[in-house]
Design a protein around this ligand. Structure first.
Ligand code: IPE
Ligand code: IPE
Ligand code: MG
Length: 251
């Protein structure tokens, strides 16, 4: 996908591409503080960075991108900061929706929509509806998302359906998570230098590869996208098995 007419920089060839990349977009506050700016300024800069990063993953051919923008725990932040983040989410939709629509991007939302202000709920629903027919790339916005809450909701659904204990399988749980229909993430990137998943896709990320970078989210640019994908292509994913080139005779 090329959203803009002008390519930003030459695209390196990545041999093994992840189908689904998930990103914990962390470090907005520290980015701002290091510049003597307010945390809100940091969130504004972070919002500005969404479109170029989505475009770059699209140029590479990544099919699914899940972006962690607001966690269930983030409600505990100062009210002014939470309100600024909620306002920014609406503004990004107002400004960029037509761009994603035209570029074949399907926008989805994961997390609890009901807790969000009505105006934002409406905007998110409208963005999801308007892009529902697009199939070049899926961008999944995790807004008011919590990994444990996702699992609890799935288990509640199983119980409500009267599913028998024998029928509670990994597939049955996965089919009731809000990521149903999407492949599990292959690569999870966290910006901002912390080495944790902070209640992001706790079930879905069981076997994904992790890429941690010290770059704050507003500084996570095209070169960082390329570097993360190149690093991923050099990883050996074993899923508990032995690598293909290791024979069993020597055991
Ligand atoms: C990520 O940046 C954005 C959200 C969590 C909403 P932070 O706001 O967590 O920035 P730092 O980690 O404090 O620098
Ligand atoms: C994770 O970042 C949530 C998002 C990026 C939306 P946090 O800044 O909230 O996570 P912690 O507090 O460092 O674990
Ligand atoms: Mg943070």
């Amino acid at each position: 996908m090329v959203v803009t007419a002008v390519a930003t920089s030459p695209l390196p060839r990545v041999h093994t591409l992840p189908e689904h990349v998930a990103i914990i977009m962390d470090g907005n506050g520290r980015w701002a503080q290091s510049r003597g700016l307010s945390r809100q300024d940091g969130h504004r800069a972070g919002a500005e960075n969404l479109r170029p990063v989505i475009e770059r993953f699209g140029e590479h051919g990544v099919r699914v991108l899940t972006l962690f923008a607001f966690s269930t725990e983030n409600w505990g932040r100062p009210r002014a900061e939470v309100e600024a983040i909620l306002r920014l989410a609406g503004r990004v939709i107002d400004r960029d929706l037509h761009v994603f629509e035209d570029a074949g991007v399907r926008l989805c939302h994961i997390g609890d929509l009901e807790q969000l202000p009505k105006v934002l709920q409406k905007k998110i629903r409208m963005a999801v509806e308007r892009t529902a027919g697009n199939d070049r790339m899926t961008v999944n916005l995790a807004f008011n998302y919590g990994g444990r809450a996702d699992i609890v909701a799935a288990v509640r659904q199983l119980v409500a359906e009267g599913v028998t204990p024998e029928a509670v399988t990994e597939e049955a749980i996965a089919a009731r998570l809000c990521t149903v229909g999407l492949p599990d993430p292959d690569l999870l990137i966290r910006t901002g230098g912390e080495h944790r998943i902070s209640n992001f896709l706790v079930w879905q990320a069981a076997y994904c590869e992790y890429h941690f970078t010290t770059a704050y989210w507003p500084d996570f640019g095209v070169a960082e996208v390329d570097a993360a994908l190149l690093e991923y292509s050099r990883r050996c994913r074993r899923f508990g098995l032995v690598p293909e080139d290791v024979g069993t005779d020597a055991v």
